[in-house]
Ligand binder design. Structure first.
Ligand SMILES: *Cc1c(COP(=O)(O)O)cnc(C)c1O
Length: 438
């Protein structure tokens, strides 16, 4: 399988190059030159298959040829050694819980797979790869835990001192081993500026092989298509329901793009709802075909506070730049903070189920589209992107009730923080990186 850039000005590359490079040299995003396809007979054979088996079948089509099947299968088994529960709320409404990985958010699916692929390709070249990330929270922790203990890789993550929650800081600073946390005396923009400068510093790049791990990497998207495909088959096998509409809480639209890829490869998916908070650039595009991103607005669903989503270029490409074509498969719904809070409350009252604010946006968007007369006969699956304990303050304020914190989160809070304090001067970062073994 060959991957080319959405800007079409870079040379097509292998999955290995696309994974290690992240962004194409022309500034575009890598996509498969030809979308793999499953025939109806192939899909039929996968009905009733385990998550790992569905994942392996898809991965083989995207990556096969570059990683021997036995090895790819081992990579998949070690990535997804946790459950992906599909919880039924009522006759036709389900929640797919994507928060059972080590950092309690769906970003674990992408980060763990990317880490193992990077490790595999680094070993092939007998290299040490240094993953450099600036983070304001969730991406950094998924990357830290994804790469933890993966041979031939190490992570250096920069986070702004005093500007992340205590829980986030524990997640960023306790992985240990090959994961190094740098606490920067500055804000997130300083962290980002320093990282960008490192990528273009010729002296530094002569000695180190640097890579980024952000959500534009195609190897973070491929594994996210697995849970759409698996749920569409599982729903049929267990409940006799088919062609679900997926409601996807969206920020950079990587998750939704992965869903569209699962549908394009032939899995029985009916429709998508792009559920956003007040950051509604894509919703407005779907209305009138004009893409006019606004500055980012802060909301209760913070991980979705993105004004100009990085994966939108891929979505647009898939639909030939045609918002009408996109609108046939994706409905955009923007949900306010007030609705988010009232949804957390009403879902708890009706079903006894506790949803985090991001999932609540997805649930409300599905309900609103059903109330408008769409999809009420179709089964709906809301993707739950984070465990409610990650947003314990909002949940406890809203429900006046204690949230049970999972053991793996509690044990994290007891671990000793390990971070190196540096200034926001680039030279501090450069000298830290130069001090690492090559
Ligand atoms: C990152 C994130 C999202 C948004 O996902 P995208 O792929 O960026 O659209 C939603 N919810 C949570 C909890 C997240 O961490």
């Amino acid at each position: 399988m060959i991957y080319f850039s959405t800007n079409k000005a870079s040379v097509p590359v292998s999955i290995k190059h696309a994974t290690l490079q992240g962004l194409a040299p022309d500034g575009g995003l890598y996509i498969p030159s030809e979308m793999p396809h499953f025939s109806e007979a192939e899909i039929k054979l996968l009905e009733g298959a385990s998550f790992s088996n569905v994942a392996f079948a898809i991965a083989k089509k995207f990556i096969g040829g570059e990683i021997p099947p036995d090895h790819l299968s081992d990579i998949i088994d070690s990535c997804f050694d946790f459950e992906t529960p599909l919880v039924r709320l009522d006759e036709k409404t389900f929640v797919e819980e994507l928060f059972c990985g080590p950092t309690l958010a769906f970003k674990d699916y992408g980060a763990r797979f990317l880490a193992r692929l990077t490790g595999y390709f680094a070993e092939e070249d007998n290299k040490m790869i240094t993953v450099l990330v600036a983070t304001s929270g969730d991406t950094g922790s998924a990357v830290a835990f994804g790469f933890q203990g993966i041979a031939n890789t190490r992570v250096v993550l920069l986070y702004p001192s005093g500007k992340v929650s205590r829980l986030q800081e524990q997640q960023l600073t306790t992985a240990g081993g090959n994961v190094h946390a740098l606490e920067v005396k500055g804000d997130f923009d300083d962290c980002q500026r320093m990282v960008k400068q490192a990528f273009v510093d010729p002296e530094l790049n002569a000695g180190l092989t640097l890579t980024s791990a952000n959500s534009i990497n195609i190897s973070r998207l491929i594994p996210q298509s697995f849970y759409y495909a698996w749920a569409s088959l599982y729903l049929k096998d267990q409940f006799g329901l088919s062609n679900p509409v997926f409601s996807v809480p969206s920020g950079n639209y990587g998750n939704l793009t992965a869903g569209v890829m699962a549908k394009m490869t032939g899995f029985p998916i009916g429709h998508f709802i792009a559920a956003s908070n007040a950051n509604d650039s894509v919703t407005r595009y779907l209305d009138d075909g004009r893409y006019d991103p606004h500055p980012t607005i802060t909301t209760h669903s913070t991980a979705m506070d993105v004004g100009n989503p990085s994966n939108f270029a891929r979505l647009r490409y898939f639909y030939g730049n045609d918002h009408i074509a996109m609108g046939r498969e994706i409905t955009g719904i923007s949900v306010s903070d007030e609705e988010t809070i009232s949804t957390i409350r009403s879902v708890f009252d009706r079903f006894g189920y506790i949803m985090d604010p991001h999932t609540a946006v997805g649930f409300r968007a599905l309900e609103r589209s059903r109330a408008a007369g769409s999809y009420h006969d179709m089964p709906g699956i809301v993707l739950s992107t984070a465990h409610p304990a990650k947003f314990i303050d909002i949940i406890e304020d809203t429900l006046k009730k204690d949230v049970v914190i999972p053991e793996r989160l509690l044990s994290l809070l007891e671990k000793e923080k390990e971070a190196t304090l540096i200034s926001s001067d680039y030279r501090d970062l450069a000298s830290y990186l130069n001090s690492l073994d090559q």
